[in-house]
Design a protein around this ligand. Sequence first.
Ligand SMILES: [Zn+2]
Length: 534
Amino acid sequence: MVSEENEIELWSEKVAEQVILRHKPPYIVEGMWTPSGFFHIGNARPEVFTPYSVKRALEDKKVAVKQNFIIDDFDAVRKIPNGLGIKKEDEKKYLGFPCATAPSPIPGYKTWADAFVSQLKNNAPKFGVELNIMSAYETYKEGKFNDLIKFSIEHSKEIVKVWKAVAGTKKDEDFVPLQVLCEKCKRIYYTKVLSFENDLVNYECECGHKGKISPYNGNAKLHWRVHWVAHWILHKVDFESAGKDHFSKGGSVDVGQALMKEIFKVNPPIQLLTEFLQLGGAKMSGSVGNVIDLETWLSVAHPELFRFMNFSYRSSTAINFSFEDNSFVLLNDRFERAERVFYKEEEAENEKRTQALSKIYEFSCIGKPGKRMVQLPFSTAVLLSQVLDFENNFEEILPKILETTKIPKDLSKDEKQKIKEKLARTKSWVSRFAPENFRIEFSESLDRKVLAELNSELIAAISSLPKKISNSNTPEEVQQAIYDSAKASNVKPKDLFRALYLILIGKERGPKIGSLVFAFGKEKVKKRLIEASK
Ligand SMILES: [Zn+2]
């Protein structure tokens, strides 16, 4: 992850100012997505969170703004995603039909589109994002695009001309930017418009059917290049982002903007390129299966953390993220730091950065940030979630949590709940994704090989520790005691720490031993050390 926001004014605030210059409020930000597979955080960045960032900045300026999310479900099913278990011979039941009418590939849903949109519908509110979700297919069926369809067909020649000039497309001069839904086979992907006269289109389909039909009220959809533009016009869109693939020279953004200005004579929306959110260095792909969906995110991390990631980086910056490497740990650390900066417990490198971080934190919160809540550091949560039975005995183990960390003793009900949730999510992260070095478990039996390695100096140092641990009241005091014992027995602290890790958790390194002692419990650790130094 590079090039974090480093200015007082965030990128989304700058865009918000441009939006305000367009006309009086209310404003519309929009995203559009074809439900061709599972919705994941790589889709969420350009289609939900980039527009949301602009919306949040507009709200901050106290102007009315709405966020649309268009399910582009009149688009055809073109490919069967991996992992659905659909047999090759059954693929024809889906391919070519609009996503809105193709059957669901997953039991329990009405249509193909429903199956893939449900995750977003259920989870967007949990990320604090209110979406006005609309089906493109329904909008066509309601006749809302009729005028734009008529206008586009009548201006087909001009549209092709502009398209050619911008993108160098090789479309024929008599190309009609329309796709008809075949009346016979009900598929949309295999039809071709032949001509248009008196509000009727002649078309043929690869199924063999030839027909003449009105292109209105859901019988046909506009070609993608015009379809996108038609949405901007119908919904009066002020801002829309898209993935960077749409922004190539002569791509759909260039063509769309030119069509808006030259053919439809409407001011096009402000558009911003959103770079990919990559997973472990590769583009997330719903059809390949290397994705993180919204539910998975919520099961291992809090929603504010995802908001924070989106607000922290300009939309044009690629983000490389993974639950399986250090990037997730660093993201947590950076969020916690921003929180401390916001509550004025810490300052960033300079005044600018302090202000920027405070703002990013504020935007990352769902609702206005309230009274400072206690912060259980992620690194401590990683340790405690693995060694304490917080799910069943939270009140009983609470004193242990308080001993292990520096958080205040008088926790409110909300704070206890927050800590419990954090422990649950962290535990889930550790079991599903964490790199091996984050997994911690008390070694139930002593490893003889480890014991054989201990020399008399190390044994002397270890045997002096139980008493010192009894007298220590904080993890820091235990850490100090280990240094003191090493010195007194004339061993290198590093060797003593290594021996202790091997004895306690069977690894050469781990979290702070002081924290481990309190998390496992002093008695258990003392007993183990006595055993090891016999
Ligand atoms: Zn057909």
